[in-house]
Design a protein around this ligand. Structure first.
Ligand SMILES: C[S@@+](CC[C@H](N)C(=O)[O-])C[C@H]1O[C@@H](n2cnc3c(N)ncnc32)[C@H](O)[C@@H]1O
Length: 248
């Protein structure tokens, strides 16, 4: 039955098989989650390079810039492939994945257990990291970025995957716009690693720079940024109170 569907309708092999390989491990996939793509492995590798580890061929031996036990947030975790891979590759890291899709989180939890990983998962939208963003060292995000107007993509082939995992308005950037809007008030400082189509990179670099990030690297579909200080790092303290009261 599934074999027929696949032949006739471009039904993805990964859904028929029930799993997809990502960074050398098999992840359970159902039609509730995006099938992990090879280009997304680059995001994992970019995070690992910050931790002094990198597995992709041709990458020069990196220097560790993260603490030994970094706190990493994976926004739009889907099957959990990024969060779980990072948790397995960096066993001392605290890794959390969030996604608004409860069905996707169930798949992520299953993958976490099957692969013996220690990632945490919680429901949430892109903007819901700001409460604890000052505790994070890295935010990694493969958010939906396909513009429904792109006529050069095979929409039939994508039609079996969840629309909410693929499409975004405003040239495919509306959800990343939400992320950078949240960054204006978030206390987050550290590394931000995101995926988008290369035709969207210039616009994303502009948006990131407006939110106080420096663009460090571009590798394939991945962009790496760093922010040294939050835009609202100005905290209310005793000195502020005295100044506001006219005592200083
Ligand atoms: C492109 S998929 C990436 C899935 C997985 N991280 C991967 O790389 O294969 C995007 C994920 O973002 C989630 N998502 C959609 N809208 C979102 C939003 N507003 N905030 C956070 N996540 C969102 C989707 O449910 C989906 O799981």
């Amino acid at each position: 039955m599934k074999e027929n569907l696949r032949k006739n309708n471009k039904y993805p092999k990964a859904y028929a098989d029930g799993f997809a390989n990502f960074y050398g491990r098999d992840f359970i996939v159902t039609p509730d989650v995006l099938i992990p793509r090879p280009e997304t492995e680059q995001l994992v590798d970019m995070v690992l390079s910050l931790a002094g580890k990198s597995k992709l061929p041709g990458v020069r031996s990196p220097k560790r810039v993260l603490p030994k036990n970094p706190a990493i947030l994976d926004l739009g975790t889907g099957s959990g492939c990024i969060a779980i891979t990072l948790s397995l590759e960096l066993p001392k890291a605290l890794v959390m994945g969030i996604d608004p899709s409860i069905e996707a989180l169930e798949v992520a939890a299953e993958n976490n257990e099957e692969l013996g990983a220690d990632a945490q998962f919680a429901p949430g939208f892109v903007c819901e990291f700001s409460n604890f963003s000052d505790e994070l060292d890295v935010i990694v995000a493969n958010l939906p970025y396909v513009d429904p107007k792109w006529d050069w993509i095979d929409k039939k082939a994508l039609s079996f995957e969840p629309k909410m995992a693929l499409y975004a308005e405003n040239g495919g950037l509306s959800i990343y716009e939400g992320l950078f809007a949240a960054m204006i008030t978030a206390e987050f400082t550290g590394y931000l690693i995101i995926e988008a189509d290369p035709c969207q990179h210039n616009k994303l670099i502009e948006m990131a720079e407006e939110a106080g990030f420096e663009h460090l690297r571009t590798e394939g579909f991945g962009l790496m940024f760093h922010r040294k200080t939050a835009l609202t790092s100005h905290k209310y303290d005793e000195t502020d109170a005295l100044r506001m009261g006219g005592y200083l």
